[in-house]
Design a protein around this ligand. Structure first.
Ligand SMILES: O=P(O)(O)O[C@@H]1C[C@H](O)[C@@H](CO)O1
Length: 295
């Protein structure tokens, strides 16, 4: 990794300190909103919000459907911070920039990270509009060395060789399914494996077939680097993929996916995703094992 790509502990701390000087909220939960899912942030009470362009050190969002605002507020008695817009590798950000907010959240005292994304389904049982609870991921860029943890390890955040088994918290996954039953939306939900590809192009048919054979249930262009960095620094993680399209796996199929269609399904399911996340945040216990929470 080139030294100009490095971000020092002080750089993260400066951004965290600036945010703490601008808001009284001390978040326990951080939520990253996927494409078309930014409305989650609108439900926070007593909001303080900041354009990414005003936050020292923050990258900028360039993708349609990612507003570029950090929103602090209360949800069901928990203090939250919500990213209305995330950063993707394909936008040209380094992976450390892509995941910059996650370490800032850690320094703000966050103990649980919620990640949401839009994804295409490979599993036959997952239809557009379904919601997949992420059980595990395949980090394709990571497997070939495109990993935000490459380069010198920052021991203050976590170990050189962090385990990734169990990185999607099992208790939260079970609670989410229980809540889905109570909300009457269990029929839309199942657990599955998410794979991150680099994008920005959608998959070829041969790539789709390969992913399917490898056991991938849904594919997207984000999330894995954020989860790797969150797990490295000890955050508990919960993830949801909104299935926005079926990935074309047949040469006979004339369908093709586009970003507008992805955003449209996001709008259609926004209410359900919002209900699920809100209930889950309300009912989950906070461990307060993030020592920075004293701030
Ligand atoms: O930010 P997410 O992962 O939800 O965005 C997905 C992947 C691409 O950025 C975009 C394609 O439509 O949606």
């Amino acid at each position: 990794m080139h030294s100009k790509d490095q971000i020092s502990h002080d750089d993260y701390q400066k951004t965290a300190d600036w945010l703490m000087s601008q808001t009284k909220h001390r978040p326990q939960v951080a939520i990253i909103c996927g494409s078309g899912l930014g409305m989650l942030a609108d439900t926070l009470k007593c909001q303080d919000s900041f354009a990414y362009s005003d936050i020292p050190g923050f990258p900028q969002s360039t993708v349609q459907g990612h507003a570029g605002r950090l929103v602090f507020g209360e949800l069901k008695g928990k203090t939250c911070v919500c990213m209305q817009g995330r950063f993707h590798m394909y936008e040209g950000h380094s992976l450390l920039k892509t995941t910059f907010p996650v370490r800032v959240f850690k320094l703000l005292g966050v103990e649980t990270l919620f990640v949401t994304n839009a994804a295409g389904s490979l599993a036959d049982g997952l239809q557009p509009g379904d919601i997949m609870i992420i059980k595990d991921h395949v980090n394709f860029p990571g497997l070939v060395g495109l990993n935000p943890l490459c380069g010198p390890n920052d021991d203050k955040f976590g170990p050189r060789f962090p385990a990734m088994s169990g990185c999607y918290d099992k208790n939260l996954r079970c609670l989410a399914m229980e809540i889905a039953k109570q909300l009457g939306v269990a029929g839309l939900m199942q657990e599955g494996v998410y794979a991150m590809v680099g994008g920005p192009n959608f998959e070829t048919i041969a790539e789709a077939r390969l992913l399917h054979r490898l056991g991938v249930d849904a594919v997207g262009m984000s999330t894995a680097p954020e989860v790797v960095v969150a797990t490295h620094c000890g955050l508990r993680v919960f993830g949801l993929s909104l299935i926005t399209n079926k990935v074309v796996k047949s040469y006979e199929d004339s369908d093709s996916v586009n970003h507008e269609g992805v955003l449209e399904v996001g709008r259609l399911r926004s209410h359900t995703v919002q209900q699920l996340v809100t209930e889950l945040i309300g009912r989950m216990e906070i461990n307060n094992n993030n020592t920075n929470n004293a701030a």
